[in-house]
Write a protein that binds this ligand. Structure first.
Ligand SMILES: Nc1nc2c(c(=O)[nH]1)N[C@H]1C(S)=C(S)[C@@H](COP(=O)(O)O)O[C@H]1N2
Ligand SMILES: [Mo]
Length: 538
């Protein structure tokens, strides 16, 4: 029995170890800024009293983080061993203890401000894996124990065999049962060591780059005072409607779309951007050289071509960067070129019309987002942002090459996969409040949302109720033609079900299309429509 408890402890350590390691690997791929272990570590750092923190730093210096990780690993291993030992005799005890620890990990991830929904994938899968492995190993252990027990001398008189003996399963021999368990445990140990080595490798590279990112001091802009339009939020831009999407999207809420299964981790000290193709001279620029250029800041609303009508694959941020036209001018674009194929470290490419990068719009080589260095997920260290174009033809993250070329000669990633070659953003708008399916009390009802037509600008937004006439809404002061603006309207509505729709008009006079189109190949069309209930007061 004793021996089986010891093996149970081994099973616990293996199952939980593989779970934790897999969690780190999954998070490294999907959400490197918040991994379960880093989240738990951060929580510990946050809750430890300052006195203890000072003591730890005095004791261990810069190794304090390593000491913290070793301490965490020891506590987790002890708890896992305990869970396995208990589980070897009490069926649900082991999984329950593991589940409690798993839930603490999930809670730690939830407590981090950088967490997105994707960040939960790792702790949830880690918990699932640990519980499944532990259950399997303990089941094998139990079979071994039972085999040993029944192999002992038979007690009592031999039982008369029934007339027609039920086909009984051949009882496993002790040797076979032991082999089954030890094979499972041995296999687990090999997986744990291999995955652990991979996790340490991946996470330490990530930690280096995350550290480099944290150490970056973004240069200020060379902006004059007062700051130029497009880099400040004018009075009246924010209509203050409750429940409406904020005018500037916080970094952690900014949608993320890319083809990268694993978030690329790019070392800024070795990063460089090359300009190649139809140029007078190839140009190469390092990250430090880029930071030394006169940088500007601009609010630009970035939208994904896959955004459905009323969807949220759109966000507005303050981007810090250097105009791409300056870099292209250094290289000297040759006649005949009409496209720039930007390439990412992971092979993704976007084909941007040359003129969108050289005209007076501020297409940027971006290094900063809302005042911080680009997050890894949004293209650290450098990405492109081009006002007026969908992301798939312009917003290359982790960019390393700009090839000046022709649409006739080169095709970008999505253009060879059923999406169009060009991707101007379509004039569009969305109802944010009331929410679909909401119940609102009778009295004045506020309808509000956002409208966008990047680089053309929004002239006005109309709202209609229950298919009635279009009425002009109040429009927030636009930050610039490159950003969305807010709109709102007060309505008096009778009790019952109502439907509101909105429709944007851009500064060229183009009105948002009412006919319904799917996102492929060049962006969705149709009207954002919300149905809600007005309830009788009192
Ligand atoms: N390297 C790379 N850059 C990319 C993509 C990609 O798949 N890989 N997707 C593009 C698409 S389709 C969009 S909509 C934007 C999204 O940028 P975000 O994730 O920062 O919101 O990035 C663009 N840049
Ligand atoms: Mo996109």
């Amino acid at each position: 029995m004793r021996r089986h408890q010891a093996w149970g402890a081994v099973a616990g350590v293996l199952a939980v170890g593989i779970g934790v390691i897999s969690g780190e690997l999954i998070a490294a791929a999907l959400s490197p800024s918040v991994t379960p272990v880093s989240a738990v570590g951060s929580v510990v750092i946050d809750v430890v009293p300052p006195g203890v923190k000072d003591w730890a730093i005095a004791q261990f210096g810069t190794a304090d983080k390593v000491v913290l990780l070793i301490a965490m690993a020891s506590i987790i291993a002890l708890a896992a061993a305990g869970a396995g030992a208990l589980g070897s005799t009490r069926r649900l005890a082991g999984s329950s203890i593991v589940a409690v620890f798993g839930l603490l990990g999930i809670a730690a991830v939830a407590s981090r401000s950088q967490s997105t929904l994707v960040s939960y994938t790792a702790p949830v899968l880690a918990l699932f894996l640990a519980v499944v492995l532990l259950t399997k190993l303990l089941a094998a252990l139990r079979v071994w124990g039972d085999a040993e027990a029944s192999a002992g001398p038979p007690i009592g008189p031999p039982i008369e065999p029934p007339i027609e003996p039920a086909r009984e399963e051949q009882p496993v021999t002790v040797a076979a049962a032991r082999r089954r368990f030890l094979q499972g445990a041995g296999g687990g140990a090999i997986v744990a060591v291999a995955a652990g080595a991979a996790a340490v490798q991946v996470r330490s590279t990530q930690a280096v780059v995350t550290g480099q990112r944290a150490a970056i001091r973004l240069p200020g802009t060379t902006a004059s005072v007062p700051r130029p339009a497009g880099s400040v939020i004018p009075a009246g831009a924010d209509l203050g409607v409750a429940g409406i999407e904020p005018l500037v999207t916080p970094v952690q809420d900014f949608y993320r779309i890319d083809t990268a299964l694993v978030v690329p981790v790019v070392d800024p000290s070795t990063w460089s951007l090359r300009v190649t193709g139809l140029v007078d001279r190839e140009v190469e620029m390092s990250f430090d050289e880029l930071l030394a250029q006169p940088l500007i800041e601009r609010y630009v609303t970035l939208a994904c071509v896959s955004n459905p009508v009323g969807g949220d694959l759109i966000g507005n941020a303050l981007w810090l960067g250097w105009p791409i036209r300056n870099l292209l001018a250094r290289a000297g674009v040759q006649p005949g070129a009409d496209m720039v194929l930007s390439r990412s470290v992971d092979g993704f490419t976007a084909g941007t019309p040359l003129e969108a990068l050289t005209d007076d719009r501020d297409a940027l080589l971006v290094v900063g987002m809302n005042g911080e260095a680009l997050p890894l997920e949004h293209g650290f260290p450098v990405r492109l942002v081009v006002p007026g174009l969908f992301g798939f033809v312009s917003a290359t993250k982790w960019v390393t090459e700009l090839k000046v070329t022709r649409f006739a000669d080169d095709a970008a990633y999505w253009s060879t996969r059923g999406w169009s070659e060009r991707g101007p953003v379509k004039t569009s708008s969305r109802v944010d409040v009331p929410r679909s399916g909401a119940s609102v009390p009778a009295g004045p009802v506020t309808v509000g949302g956002s409208a966008w037509a990047q680089h053309r600008g929004i002239e006005g937004v109309d709202v209609r109720v229950d298919g009635g006439p279009w009425q002009r809404a109040e429009l927030g002061t636009p930050i610039s033609v490159d950003t969305w603006c807010q709109y709102s309207m007060q309505l008096e509505l009778a009790a019952g079900s109502h439907t509101v729709q909105c429709r944007a008009t851009d500064n060229t006079g183009e009105v948002q299309s009412e006919s319904v189109l799917a996102p492929a190949p060049n962006g969705s069309e149709g009207l954002s429509t919300v149905t809600f209930q007005v309830t009788e007061a009192g």
